[in-house]
Design a protein around this ligand. Sequence first.
Ligand code: SF4
Length: 488
Amino acid sequence: MSTFLGIPAPRGVGHLRGDRSFPDAARGALADSQLRRNLGHATRVIRGKRAAVVGELDDWEQLRLAGSALKAATMARLDEHLERLEQEVTARGGTVHWARDANEANAIVTRLVQETGASEVVKVKSMATQEIGLNEALEAAGIEAHETDLAELIVQLGGDLPSHILVPAIHRNRAEIREIFLREMPGVDPELTAEPRKLAMAARAHLRERFLRAKVAISGANFGVADTGTLLVVESEGNGRMCLTLPETLITVMGIEKVVPTWQDLEVFLQLLPRSSTGERMNPYTSAWTGVTPGDGPQAFHLVLLDNGRTAVLGDDLGRSALHCIKCSACLNVCPVYERTGGHAYGSVYPGPIGAVLSPQLTGVEDNASLPYASSLCGACFDACPVRIDIPSLLVKLRAQHVDEQRKRAVPSAEAIAMAAASWVMSSPRRFAAAEKGSRAGRLLGRRAGRIRTLPPPLSAWTASRDAPRPPSETFREWWARERGGDS
Ligand code: SF4
C-alpha cells in the first residue's frame, strides 16, 4: 500500500551522490593503509561495546520486532501523523514549513536566518542538514555555520567530508585531529597534545564563545512525536543541548520519516538506539522541546519538514522499509565493505549498507547505480539492525531494478552485451564445452598468484574490481570422462 502525502514526489537532490562510481572512489581508500587502520580500530571498538550491551537484554529480539512493527505502522499512515505533528507544533507556538527538496529546504532556512538579522548560526549534528548541503547554502548567503558536535567540528575545520553517520571523523586518528586543531583553531595552545581529554578541552573553549554569542541555532531531530508536537535530539556530548536552549531562534530540519505517533513509541526506540549506536545503555543527553515556552529557551521555533525523495521511497512497498532507519550506524560498523573503504567512497552523506539502499532510492537508482553493488550480501547488516531492515533483500531488488533499466537502453551496456554472450554460450552444451577448453589459456595469466588480477579489455571490466579465479587444468567434463568413462 502506498501513502500519498498530497505533494508531488520529486527525487532527492543535495549531497546524495558522488561524482564517481563506488568502485572508482573506493580504489583510493583501499590503497590508504592509515585510513584502513583507523577504520578497523574504530569499528572493532564500537562493535565490541554494542555486542556487550545488546547481550545484556533478554528481550532484544522482541524490542527489534517492536521497533520494526512500530515503524511499519507509522509509514502506513505517515500523512496523518505528519498533519498531527504540524497541528501540535503550531498550537504550541512553533511554525511548520514543508520542503519538497533540498533546494526548497535551504531557501526556507536561509530566509528564516536572514529575517533574524544574524550572520552566523550554531548547529547540532544533523544528517538532514548535511543531506541538503545547508552549510554551503548558508555560506553562499553570507551566513557562517559553526558545527558544534565534536566529530562534526573536526570534519568542518579539516575542510573534510563526514564519513560515518555517528562518528563523522572516524577516518581520522588523534594525531591527525591535533594537527587540524593546531592549524585551524584560533588561539589554541601550541603545546596541545593528542590526549583525548586535552583535545576535548580545546574544542570546548573554541565552542563556548560561539554558543554564547549565537542568536540562531539549527538542529536535526531524531524523533518528532505527533501527538504532542515534541521534537527530540539524542546525543553524547551536551553540545547539542547548548544549541537547543541558548539561542533566541531554533530552526529544526527533520526528514518526514522521523515522526513517531506517540510518546510511548519512544520507550522502544530509546532502548534500541543507544545500544546500537554508541554501545551505551542510555545516551547521556536526551533533549525534548515542544513549541516555545515564554521566558525559557528559544522564543521562536521553526520546524522544516523535508521530503527530498522520501515520498517516492514511501511509494515502494519493500523499499519504504529503508525509511525505518533510526540512523544508529550499527550496520556500518559490521559491514566488511564499509570497514575497508570508509564512508567517502559511497559519495552520499549516507554511507555503508543503509546508504547503499537509501541513497539510490532517494535519487533514483540510475543516478546512484553502483551503490547497490557495494556489498558482499553477507547479511551482517540485517542481524545488527535494531529495526530489522532487510538490507540484503533491498540490495538485490535495487540491483534487479538497475538491470531492468539497462535493458530499456537503445544502446546496450558492456555488461548487458557480456551477459547476453554468456547466456548464448551457456545455452548450448557444445558451445559451453568449447568455451571451457578456451578458458584454459587463462592459466598462463594466473601462474604466480593462483588467480588472475588483470584481464585484457573488454574482460578488464570484471578484473577492475575483483580477481578472477585461475581456470583449472582439467574441466569437470574431462574429469568425469576420466573417472567414470562413458557412464552418466
Ligand atoms: S539501517 Fe538499521 S543498522 Fe543501519 S543505521 Fe539504520 S537503523 Fe541502524
